[in-house]
Design a protein around this ligand. Sequence first.
Ligand code: ADE
Length: 255
Amino acid sequence: MKIDVVSIFPEYLQPLNLSLVGKAIENGIVDLGVHDLRQWTHDRHRTVDDTPYGGGAGMVMKPEPWGEALDDLAPVGADPDDSTAASGSRPRLLIMTPAGRPFTQRIADELADADHLIVACGRYEGIDARVAEDAATRMQVDEISIGDYVLNGGEAAALVIIEAVVRLLPGVIGNPESLAEESHAAGQDGLLEYPLYTKPQSWRGLDVPDILFSGHHAKIAGWRREQAEALTRRRRPDLLPEISDPPSGPGALHI
Ligand code: ADE
């Protein structure tokens, strides 16, 4: 998978060279390009922002550097349907913004099938809206939020999304079964993962539940299912289709 990230703070993406994503880059599973948006400016001050039309606080990212960046990273004229072309299949543009579609495991699964992701990290109040509109004429564009809070820019969100996607690529995680069993995985009925224990059997007066020593696989699976359901009901009832009311009253936040 090719991943291009565009930011005015390319150093912010350095952690991608660590750990599993870093190994995926070393092993050639991921071809990562991190680009400074300012390389597509042409003035002495390398300007990437300007005041908003219509007034308002803050600055808006100018469309021209973004347009040129996207022209270079996803050249116009590459046949979008020809997956044998040198450019691969149609790239997907992900624009990081708190006003975007909430990022989920389902979106990560979908993105893991792409050949080429371009991740645009906005700063200031955001990117001129015409950038997304223009890009949509030649690639799939998604505006994505990693949660209902505002960051200073899209870089931290890009780190989150890239990590969530890259760990799904074949060969990145040693035992692919671990992907199937974790919280939010497809096939887990929306349940959070059951509690996990390892050695020692007793620690600070707390014992590992006896059932886990029974050797009875069906009973262990049943216990884990009950635990997952209880945890999900308590902590994330919104994930259970049949329950819609969040917990209320004292203690509701003690999760
Ligand atoms: N940029 C600023 N806040 C963001 C968020 N919550 N998600 C994605 N990009 C952002």
